[in-house]
Design a protein around this ligand. Sequence first.
Ligand SMILES: Nc1ncnc2c1ncn2[C@@H]1O[C@H](COP(=O)(O)OP(=O)(O)OP(=O)(O)O)[C@@H](O)[C@H]1O
Ligand SMILES: [Mg+2]
Length: 262
Amino acid sequence: MLEVKGLSTSFYQDEVEVKAVNDVSLSVASGESLGVVGESGSGKSTLALSLLRLIYPPGKIVSGEVLFDGQDLLKLSEPEMIKVRGARISMIFQDPFTSLNPVFTVGYQIAEAIALHQGANRKQAWSKAVEMLETVRIPHPALRIRDYPHQFSGGMRQRVMIAMALACRPEILIADEPTTALDVTIQAEILKLLKDLQKELKLSIIYITHNFGIVKQMCERAVVMHLGKVVEEGRIQEIMDNPREAYTKSLIDSLKVLNDRS
Ligand SMILES: Nc1ncnc2c1ncn2[C@@H]1O[C@H](COP(=O)(O)OP(=O)(O)OP(=O)(O)O)[C@@H](O)[C@H]1O
Ligand SMILES: [Mg+2]
């Protein structure tokens, strides 16, 4: 469904080129979840943003193809891309505050997204928004929908963000460290929700994290990124049992240390 071929994105600072994503190829099948694992600065977020063409100066997508159902997203006009972004491929981030606007109710924001992409009228969009809050298991959705983002707890805000991302029934959800800022119990709840929704909505998920434990729980396959390149690719268990790169081994070992401590 999504096939990335030879994708490279660079940032240019003082004439110096930082190859944040360097000749990356990967694929995600329909309904599959793919993990993207790597240490900080390995290019995970740049990869995610490149897929949606959300790279701005001093950054630039240098080369490659992002084939979505056979069509190269990098060749679409911006108006055509708007129909894909948020509607067919959606993204959630680590910090819900960057995506939720504090001055509007969550209902307003979810309904806006629905109205924008699906051309629904206000009333339809509103009831769809209530439905979405229910989908992400927020209790009393018809009441909570009138609340502002700050009236929700961190975990709830992340649910609202998921509701917003899924409101237009995308085929692919890109999740960039969506649980990193949450404590472990809430993190586990959000992961379970995402896993359930993946099945329910037949979503493909690209799950970005530095944590192999999460990838193991969430994904069937993973790519490991290091300095902008994919250094390893395969089924999670195979990678964990038999890491080819010393770098991958160190990522897995750091996880073991964490587990031993708790
Ligand atoms: N807007 C930007 N301007 C300049 N350089 C950038 C920008 N965004 C990312 N980079 C550089 O690109 C490289 C990859 O960064 P990226 O944010 O993609 O890594 P990451 O794997 O998502 O890291 P983290 O786990 O910390 O989120 C880094 O060297 C970073 O400094
Ligand atoms: Mg990142």
